[in-house]
Design a protein. Structure first.
Length: 335
């Protein structure tokens, strides 16, 4: 029998001789249908080529089986790896994913959250280095659960999945201090962002304090998150007499390393570098770059699994999840 591309739920009900409600129950996996009837409905759906309308199903069930993901930069390797984990788990639980790019602009982030809410998504995963006050207010007004992935909420009001950024930077600092460096530059994003000022910088200072090295604010640098920024900040770092640097971004680290080598510095003999995201940029360079290892795929996957539980009104004992990190030692540090 030739399939009809425009078959509707009415066609299926008419073919089998059952009510629309019965077809709807079969489509939505409701077990309150006799097996014989269910088989007839499924056969009719296959014969007619009926494809359930997700929007219509959402209106009936008050669910759209769609989640929204707010990303600061869809081209950024770090966030794209998180997104893979989100998407795989979303598919496992039969959710579609809507991605939005914000360029880490608070206005666009607010618009993205509002737009996703207007599409009646069942939940939202938010990624980014900072939660603007207006963005937080917008999220609090959304009638759907929101989970942070790779982001921090300084007030810990929103469920989140990340690593312990304080401890990670502290361990990286301890490694270069152990190699004899007492002037170590730290390169971050804006310090007013919680992930930088309240986490990365805190870990840096803790390591200095334990090593009895005085904090020098001339060794603190804030940059954009790209290769060109690394080239620009490297010149400033050299002026300070620093002999090592910790960076928050892998592209920035590559820029610093290339500038140093272009200006006669040997890495790691003259200058050591540790970066933070452990993306592909750390292994395609020569030398390869030592990095804090983050379970990026797992961060996305665990955030999505947490969201599925929240969307199903399940109880979650731990809403502030910190996954383990590592220090991947490579060619930009002596050991």
């Amino acid at each position: 029998m030739q399939k009809k591309n425009s078959a509707t739920i009415y066609d299926v009900a008419h073919r089998v001789g059952v009510s629309l409600a019965t077809v709807s129950r079969v489509v939505n996996g409701n077990s309150n249908v006799r097996d014989s009837t269910k088989r007839k409905v499924l056969d009719a759906i296959e014969e007619l080529g009926y494809h359930p309308n997700a929007v219509a199903r959402g209106l009936a069930s008050k669910k759209t089986t769609t989640i929204g993901v707010v990303m600061p930069d869809i081209t950024d390797v770090y966030y794209s790896e998180l997104a893979r984990g989100i998407d795989d788990v979303a598919n496992m639980y039969h959710y579609d994913v809507l991605l939005t790019n914000t360029d880490e602009d608070p206005v666009r982030e607010t618009m993205a959250v509002n737009n996703l809410a207007s599409k009646q998504v069942d939940g939202i995963i938010f990624m980014g280095n900072e939660l603007d006050h207006e963005v937080v207010n917008t999220i609090s007004g959304v009638n759907a659960p929101v989970v942070l992935a790779g982001s921090v909420d300084s007030e810990k009001k929103l469920p989140s999945v990340n690593i312990d950024y304080v401890e990670a930077i502290k361990e990286a600092m301890e490694a270069v201090i152990k190699n004899g460096h007492d002037r170590v530059a730290i390169v971050t994003g804006p310090v007013e962002h919680a992930i930088n000022g309240m986490h990365r910088l805190v870990g840096y200072k803790k390591a200095l304090e334990e090593a009895q090295i005085e904090f020098d604010d001339s060794l603190l640098f804030s940059t954009h998150q790209d290769y060109a920024a690394g080239l620009q900040v490297a010149e400033k770092i050299l002026v300070t007499g620093a002999t090592a640097a910790l960076t928050y971004d892998d592209e920035v680290a590559v820029g610093i390393m290339n500038y140093l080598r272009d200006h006669g510095k040997k890495v790691p003999e003259d200058f050591e570098i540790i970066t933070s995201n452990d993306t592909k940029f750390t292994i395609i360079t020569r030398p390869q770059i030592t990095s804090i290892g983050q379970p990026k795929y797992d961060i996305g996957a665990v955030a999505m699994r947490m969201l599925t539980k929240l969307m199903n009104n399940e109880t979650i004992e731990l809403t502030q999840v910190k996954l383990p990190h590592t220090l991947e030692r490579r060619g930009t540090t002596l050991n």
